[in-house]
Design a protein around this ligand. Structure first.
Ligand code: SAH
Ligand code: F3S
Length: 437
């Protein structure tokens, strides 16, 4: 009997890539492959890539070097995702023995290379979402099911390569998304996280002319008994429409936690980033969210060292972080990207200043996170069990605010929700005891 063929996949970057990686794995499994963690064993090797910052792209090309040295001589190898889209055919010039280059909307074309391993397969088309129909479903859902509802972005922030690599915004049909949430709920999901580069811009009009928004998806999903928690990421501030804000008041399954990146606290920088909301408007939206759900917490992404950012601009970013008291946030040094307007702007900021500002902002965000974590001591929160930690002596739980909470013992089953009383906290995590009543 012939040995079973094996595939190796390494995923870089965002949750959307993690999801895509799972669907690609499901497809290869259906084609008779089994997954291996060992490069040297694999018959097909896939790097599922991210291009959002220069460092991310560099990582992919150095990983490709490793693959070429370690792989079996006749193994097929290629890149999929955002670097594939960005590099296109030039990837074959850079690495002549590469077999395939597939953009984020073309994963379902992968079997073509299995049929014709002698050819070079290139597809970076971004005009449709057929991949969702053509790729087989993930068989067994993890406790948290990430479900893409739209892809691409029409906002065109001047620093961002995503509109180029993922294309213009496309929303998936309402019924298809609900089919996926139902499938996830029937195969083990307890929490649904809707995904999109501009997730709250979701808008789908069906053949009867009825338009559905993210709030409709939340309402329908909340009706599924096994689904206990719902969230979504990433949101664009000015698309937080009233119907969506209302959901935080009306739908208890929607977690009181929202990722709504502000990027910068300086009006001048925001304008040059082409994020044309005023700070007053942003604060208004935060206030509305807080009146809908008083216990809501907000997280943000920040970019420091955008071209032309002055010390004063940066101080304004520090101020807004203190004012909103963001938890669980991400901060990045500005990285010039191909195909973006900001890369051509004058007054690029020296690396040392970017590093300095990032350290200051990170230190502030860490302090705020620690204070928030400490404010949870004594409270009881319903948390989702993720399973044992590395030591095997504790269980790891996720709070409604995505904090990690560690509990002694290993008897609880993964995927269950339990009430935990928080007993201690530091910057990185909480400790707690299960409430038995
Ligand atoms: N709304 C999208 C954002 C994609 S990029 C989503 O979450 O899917 C994620 C974050 O990376 C952005 O919010 C931004 O803070 C950061 N980012 C994007 N382009 C960048 C660049 N050129 N340099 C540094 N950070 C960048
Ligand atoms: Fe990028 Fe701005 Fe869209 S950060 S993904 S262009 S909202």
């Amino acid at each position: 009997m012939q040995a079973m063929k094996k595939f190796f996949i390494q995923t870089f970057g965002c949750q959307m890539n993690v999801y895509d990686g799972q669907r690609i794995a499901a497809m290869l499994t259906k084609h008779g492959f089994s997954q291996t963690q060992n490069l040297a064993d694999a018959d097909i090797i896939i790097l599922n890539t991210c291009a959002v910052r220069e460092k991310a792209t560099n990582k992919v090309f150095s990983a490709l070097g490793r693959v070429r040295r370690a792989k079996k001589p006749d193994a097929l190898f290629g890149i999929v995702g955002c670097v594939a889209r960005e590099a296109g055919g030039s990837a074959f010039k850079r690495i002549p023995d590469l077999n395939f280059v597939l953009g984020p909307q073309s994963y379902h074309k992968l079997p073509e290379i299995l049929k014709n391993p002698e050819t070079k397969l290139l597809n970076i088309d971004l005009t449709g979402l057929e991949k969702f129909d053509e790729l087989p479903q993930i068989e067994k859902s993890p406790a948290v099911a990430y479900i893409p509802i739209q892809e691409g972005c029409n906002h065109c922030c001047t620093y961002c390569i995503v509109p180029y690599t993922r294309g213009r915004e496309l929303s998936r049909p309402f019924k298809d998304v609900l089919k996926d949430t139902k499938h996830a709920s029937e195969t083990g999901a307890v929490e649904i996280c809707f995904l999109g580069q501009n997730v709250n811009g979701y808008k789908y009009t069906d053949s009867d002319g009825k338009t559905y928004r993210l709030s409709d998806l939340i309402k329908e999903t909340a009706k599924l008994d096994t689904i206990k928690r719902i969230r979504f990421t990433s949101s664009y501030p000015t698309e937080m429409t009233d119907d969506l804000i209302e959901m935080f008041k009306e739908e208890p399954k929607l977690l009181p936690f929202l990722n709504m990146p502000i990027q910068s606290g300086s009006q001048n920088v925001l304008t040059r980033m082409n994020r044309p909301y005023s700070l007053d408007l942003y604060i208004d939206i935060v206030d509305k969210l807080k009146s809908a759900r008083p216990d809501i917490q907000i997280s943000s992404d920040f970019i420091v060292g955008f071209p032309g950012e002055t010390d004063e601009d940066f101080e304004q970013t520090m101020e807004i972080a203190k004012r909103v008291r963001y938890i669980n946030s991400y901060s990045f040094k500005y990285s010039p990207r191909p195909h973006t307007a900001a890369a051509l702007m004058k007054d690029q900021i020296p690396e040392s200043i970017k590093a300095d500002r990032l350290a200051k902002l990170d230190s502030l965000l860490n302090d705020i996170q620690r204070e928030f974590n400490e404010s949870c001591i004594g409270k009881t929160m319903e948390c989702l069990c993720e399973g044992p930690d590395k030591t095997g002596k504790h269980l790891v739980y996720r709070t409604p605010y995505m904090q990690q909470c560690i509990v002694n013992g290993t008897t609880q089953e993964a995927k269950t929700l339990v009430k935990i009383n928080i007993t201690a906290a530091n910057k990185a995590s909480l400790r707690g005891k299960i409430v038995t009543d």
